[in-house]
Every structure is written in C-alpha cells, then in structure tokens.
Design a protein around this ligand. Structure first.
Ligand code: NAP
Ligand code: MG
Length: 496
C-alpha cells in the first residue's frame, strides 16, 4: 500500500458515506425519520447519521426481494450465468478496494492495513469461490425401483435475511451473500448498527455487476427494530445470522413465533488455546497465541481467549506471550503501520475494561497491559492485556470479552487440560500445541468444537467449513456445506 497516513485522513474527510437503505436497486429515503450515529472509534468523531430502518422499510425490502425471486430474474437464471455475474461482483469489490477499506476502518477502527489487505480481498475471494462452485454442484439420482426415476434436487429457499455483526462487517456479509446468492436466493442484509457503510456500498456494486434489482437489499438499522422485523417477517424464509449467543437465541424465538423460518447461527466463543508440556516450539506457540487474541483487538468470535497451559512450561511460555503483548501498542487505525487499532465503540471499550476490573477483583493478576490508552485522541483504545492465575470459574474465563484480553489457566496434565477446555458453554474453535502425534490426535478428538487447530491457529480457507458446536451455534459458513443452509432438497418421483 503506498497511501500515507495523511492521505488516508484526507480521504476519510472527503469520503462519501452511504446513509440510506438500499431497496429495489437503489438508495431510497427511509420511511422513518429516525437515524443512528456512526462514530469513528479512532478519534470519537461523528462521521455520519444513518437511517434507522423500521418495520415499513424492512417490509419494502422483503417485498422487493420476494418479487425478484418470484420473477426468476436471478433464481431461475442458469448457474453458469449467475457465476459470471458473481465473478464480476467479486472483481468490482476488489476494484473498489481502497474505498471499501476506508469505509470499514471508519466504521469499526480496525487498522487500515488489515481492511485493505485482509477484509476487502477476503470478501471478494468469498464471492468468487461460490461463483466458481455453483455450476459444479450436482443433484442426485436416488436408488429406487426399475420403473421409477427419482431425482433429488436443490432449490433456493426464496428470501434470505442476513443479519451480521460489526467485527468483520464485509467478510461476515460475504460469507452469507456468497452461498445465498449463488444458490439463487434474494437477500435482505442487515448490517450491525456500528458498521453499515460497506454493506450499503456493496449493494450498489452488486447492481453495477449485473445482479438484478431486488436480489440484494440492505436495511441499516437497530437490532431490536430492523433485526427483529426480519426475524418475525412472515415472508422471510431463512435467517443467516452471525453475532452473539444471546441474540442468536432471539432468532430461534422469532422463528417459532412466525413462520418456522430456517435459522443458521454463527455465535460467540471462548476458545481454548491448549499448550501441552511436550510442545516443541514455544516461540511459534507464543507468537501465534498472541496473534490469536490480539488480532482485530480481540473482537473475533474464535479468538483464543483462554490459554490453558501445563504448569511445567507455564512461566516460560507466558514470558514469551507477554513480550508479544508489550510489543504491540494501539495506534491510529488510519496509519498503514498500525497493527492494533481501537475497539469498535466507547461502549465496547467500557465493557472490556469492566472485564479487566472483574478479573482483578476475582483474584487473577494482570501481567501485561490492562489499561485504556491514547485517551487524548478521543478514541477507544485498550492495551493488549494478559492475565495470569485465572481459574476457569472466573467471569473472565467464562464470558466472551470480545477484546484484547487473554486469560491464562494453569493445569497439571493432559486430562485436566481437556476438562478445562470443554468446561464452557461455547464450542466454536480451539488450538492445541504439542510435539506428540498421539496427543495431537487425542486432543483433536476430545475437544468439543467446530474447528480444532493443531500447532497453528486461525487458519481458514473457503474450502473448509466454519461454525460451532454447543452454544456457538449450528449450520456452517464457508465451503460447499454453507449451501445447505440456503437451499431445500426436493425429491421428485417419476413413475414409468
Ligand atoms: P450482536 O449484538 O449479537 O449483533 C449481531 C447482529 O444482530 C447485529 O446486526 C445486531 O444489530 C442484531 N441484533 C441485535 N439485537 C437484536 C435483536 N434483539 N433482534 C434482532 N437482531 C438483533 O453481536 P455483535 O455485538 O454485533 O457482534 C459480536 C458477537 O458476534 C460476538 O458474540 C461474536 O462472537 C459473534 N461473532 C460470531 C462469529 C462466528 O462466525 N461464529 C463471527 C463474528 C462474530 P445491532 O448491531 O443494531 O444491535
Ligand atoms: Mg450489537
């Protein structure tokens, strides 16, 4: 990236920030006059007031999505044609990389280098992956009888609502849009109130790419209003949700209270990073553990937030992790050199600091970080924080903090490590560090989580499914499995 900090700040001042819902092919005035504020968390400055969509806006978006679906302008287009359009959508996302990266960073305070090199290209890759896949998935011919031919085919559901969080706004949207659009559905996307800009902008890009109007609508708004309206809507067939376990539970209720719409839930986590005494590369483990909790300022669903380590190596490992924490200072999100930005909002910062206080009060000790910094900037920054002497019963070991806070829990042996790793309501992901093939396999089997990384962490590809066990949700994002969420199987019997 050749753009300097000063240039990014200039671009931020000049940026055109979308603030109206995108319905039926264009930006429209919201039916409501309510708005919510978007604050740049890097300096606390108000950057935009965005329409807070209500029931009438959501209904208009759903009607547009339904009309497009029933007209067949997308749902009945040959997969090979949808592929071409989605490939173009992916290319245009990349072509608008600079603008999208800026919008993302302005919304959520993540380092511009990450938005530019990570979030935007990754979202484009996601769309391209599903574009490339869609004309390569086949139906089935079932084994029935000689005078019978029985096909098992996949059909799109109809109107999919995608309700997504603020930590990776563009990526989380793309994880829903890729498989939902590729399979022929129409989508109504509701971004988190903290991060509406990129969602709105890509709807415009989708039209430019040739996705017909009505196939992708975006309703910025508050969860308990616009999110709830989608959850309860009688004409929404499916909700693809990523967010907290608490709100995921609401969506199951909304479904039961309305039309039994399908629900896919990618929820929270409290992922263990288990380091066994036979780990043969503590330097790599420490570096990866630090990245696994401090990346995106810890605002990551699969963040490795519980370090579970055997007592024999605890001091040696922790020293190394602390050195990584100390080397990482929060900086201006618009500075390309920054590796750790701000937290998303003042509220989130206050929450994280509250957890740090709770850890201290419960008797754990802060061995790195622990404070708010850069207060003079007006932004919401917290130091990378490491706790030692954490018991798995403490609040900081049980609840998802969603900030740069690592809780270290010391265990005696392998069995205790597995017990502690699984002693959580969550089951999204886990890391295991060991030099023993046998322990690697035993641990990978023992841990109840949708993803287990052995001697690595946070690896991902679109060819690999991602999602949780237990209260981390159900259904999978990424890979061909994600298409299951957005399609129904139909069995067709031909007697002859
Ligand atoms: P959140 O508060 O659960 O919100 C997620 C989405 O739901 C937002 O669009 C939100 O809108 C909406 N919402 C909130 N309350 C609602 C309600 N009562 N009815 C309907 N919709 C409602 O989560 P978040 O704070 O944005 O994101 C952090 C959470 O997401 C963490 O728990 C994290 O672990 C999880 N996450 C999971 C994954 C995964 O793949 N498993 C990935 C990323 C994040 P508002 O923003 O307007 O409230
Ligand atoms: Mg929220």
């Amino acid at each position: 990236m050749t753009i300097t900090t000063t240039e990014w700040h200039q671009k931020a001042k000049a940026a055109k920030l979308p603030s109206r819902p995108f319905i039926d092919g264009g930006f429209v005035d919201a039916r409501t006059s309510e708005t919510f504020d978007c604050i740049f968390p890097g300096d606390g400055r108000l950057v935009a007031r965005v329409a807070s969509c209500g029931d009438a806006d959501v209904d208009a978006a759903v009607r547009s999505a339904r009309a497009a679906f029933e007209a067949g302008v997308w749902s009945r287009v040959p997969p090979v044609e949808r592929k071409k359009v989605l490939m173009r959508f992916s290319e245009l996302i990349l072509a608008n990389r600079e603008e999208l990266a800026l919008l993302e960073t302005l919304n959520v305070g993540k380092p511009i280098a990450n938005s530019f090199n990570g979030d935007v290209p990754s979202a484009a890759n996601c769309i391209a992956w599903y574009a490339e896949a869609i004309d390569k998935v086949y139906g089935e011919v079932a084994a029935t009888a000689h005078d019978m031919t029985t096909l098992v085919v996949r059909e799109p559901l109809g109107v999919v609502a995608a309700v997504v969080p603020w930590n990776y706004p563009l990526s989380m949207a793309a994880w829903k849009l890729g498989p939902a659009l590729a399979t022929g559905n129409s989508v109504v996307l509701k971004p988190a109130e903290q991060s509406p800009f990129t969602a709105l902008r890509i709807a415009e890009i989708a039209i430019e790419a040739g996705i017909p109007k009505g196939v992708l609508n975006v309703v910025p708004g508050l969860g308990h209003i616009a999110g709830k309206a989608l959850g309860l809507h009688m004409d929404v067939d499916c909700v693809g949700f990523t967010g907290s376990t608490e709100v995921g539970a609401y969506f199951m209720q909304y479904s039961g209270q309305s039309n039994i719409k399908r629900i896919g839930l990618e929820l929270g986590g409290k992922s263990p990073q288990v380091v066994l005494a036979d780990c043969d590369d503590l330097d790599l483990a420490a570096q990866t553990i630090a990245a696994g909790i401090f990346a995106n300022a810890g605002q990551v669903c699969n963040a490795g937030s519980r370090l579970i380590v055997e007592d024999r190596i605890k001091d040696k490992l922790l020293e190394k992790v602390m050195a990584h924490a100390a080397a990482l200072t929060p900086g201006d999100p618009l500075d390309p050199a920054t590796r750790l930005g701000s937290l998303v909002t003042e509220e989130q910062m206050t929450r994280v600091l509250g957890y740090i206080d709770a850890g201290r009060a419960d008797g754990a000790s802060v061995v790195a970080g622990g404070r708010r910094v850069k207060q003079e900037s007006g932004g919401f920054y917290v130091e990378p924080t490491v706790f030692d002497s954490v018991a798995n019963t403490m609040k900081i070991a049980r609840e998802e903090i969603f900030g740069p806070v690592l809780s270290t829990i010391t265990v005696r042996d392998f069995d205790e490590a597995m017990t502690v790793a699984n002693d959580t309501i969550y089951g999204l992901a886990a890391g295991v560090w060991t030099g023993s093939v046998k322990n690697a396999h035993r641990a990978a089997k023992a841990i109840k989580a949708g993803v287990v990384w052995v001697n690595c962490f946070d690896r991902g590809l679109f060819s690999v499914p991602f999602g949780g066990f237990k209260q981390s949700g159900f259904g999978r994002d990424k890979s061909l499995h994600a298409m299951d969420k957005y399609s129904d199987l139909k069995a067709i019997w031909f007697a002859h």
